[in-house]
Design a protein around this ligand. Structure first.
Ligand code: IPD
Ligand code: CA
Ligand code: CA
Length: 284
């Protein structure tokens, strides 16, 4: 249908092509700066860091995207006030807009700072609150994970599928350690303690967006984390659902842009995974 096609393209540039090209350019630039950044700033705590590379990458991404789509809105981590409140307010501001690009220019800053090659560029486009394009790029491995709503998710031209692990005992999970030491970290540690004897193993690798991409690619059976932001999750959420997986909050409610406490899986283990977190009092 001609009308539908036009809704997803401007001139000859599709939203997905712009997302992919922009992620590739930003990712290559970030990789070229590994071990070479000059300024390290502490945001809310010594767990929450930012460099001029995070800011430079976001500026580059914003400029490229808005060149193609000047009427669209842009939500990027570095344009928001630090901390959970800042992230929630920044999302509120753009929520009602028709088209919103949701960007984490460098997901895995701590890894980047330490030269640990597991970080990504995460770019999503939401239309009326629903993610329609999701791209996560890992420049270290040159892996571009791409999803379009209703059209599947792809890596290197091949369709991705979540894993077939049907039981927790066959599963490899990942999580992330929350910065909030009063409620979120203890809850997450209870979850790790309860789940680790039940699964094959648990990884904490330091890029939420890549953890989601790995669930989509079938490399992880599931992932959960407390206290994430829209830019950590938006692109990866579509990768997971377009690969046949499931993403909810920790209570089992469907994912939306405002979801912060998240669990993701191949779908088959979702109920057992959620039950284990619930029984461990790891649900906030
Ligand atoms: C962080 C990473 C990390 C996760 C943190 C995020 P950043 O994002 O995704 O894996 O555990 O919760 O804040 O700060 O590197 O963009
Ligand atoms: Ca992030
Ligand atoms: Ca970031």
């Amino acid at each position: 249908m001609a009308g539908e096609k036009n809704a997803f393209s401007v001139g000859s540039k599709s939203y997905t092509a712009v997302a992919v090209n922009t992620a590739a350019r930003a990712g290559e630039w970030i990789k070229s700066k590994l071990g070479e950044f000059a300024n390290l700033d502490v945001k809310t705590s010594h767990h929450d860091l930012v460099t001029e590379v995070d800011k430079g990458a976001e500026a580059m991404i914003k400029k490229l995207i808005l060149t193609y789509f000047p009427s669209h809105s842009f939500l990027g981590e570095e344009g928001a006030e630090p901390g959970a409140d800042g992230a929630i307010k920044a999302l509120e501001k753009v929520r009602e807009q028709e088209y919103v690009w949701i960007v984490d220019p460098l997901d895995g800053t701590t890894n980047f700072i330490h030269g640990f090659p597991f970080f990504s560029v995460s770019i999503a486009l939401a239309h009326k609150g629903e993610v329609i394009v999701g791209v996560v790029y890992d420049p270290s491995k040159d892996e571009m994970f791409v999803a379009e709503k209703g059209k599947g998710a792809y890596l290197k031209g091949r369709r991705m599928h979540v894993s077939h692990d049907a039981r927790l005992s066959e599963s490899l999970l990942a999580t992330g350690l929350p910065t909030d030491k009063t409620v979120n970290l203890p809850a997450n540690l209870r979850g790790i303690q309860a789940l680790s004897p039940q699964v094959r193993n648990i990884r904490i690798v330091g890029s939420a967006a890549l953890h989601l991409a790995y669930v989509a690619a079938g490399r992880l059976s599931g992932f959960w984390e407390i206290g994430l932001n829209a830019w950590d999750l938006a692109a990866g959420s579509l990768l997971v659902t377009e690969s046949g997986g499931k993403i909810t909050d920790l209570h089992g409610n469907p994912y939306e842009l405002s979801t912060r406490n998240v669990m993701v899986s191949n779908g088959m283990i979702h109920d057992d995974f959620r039950k284990a977190l619930d029984e461990a009092d790891a649900v906030v």
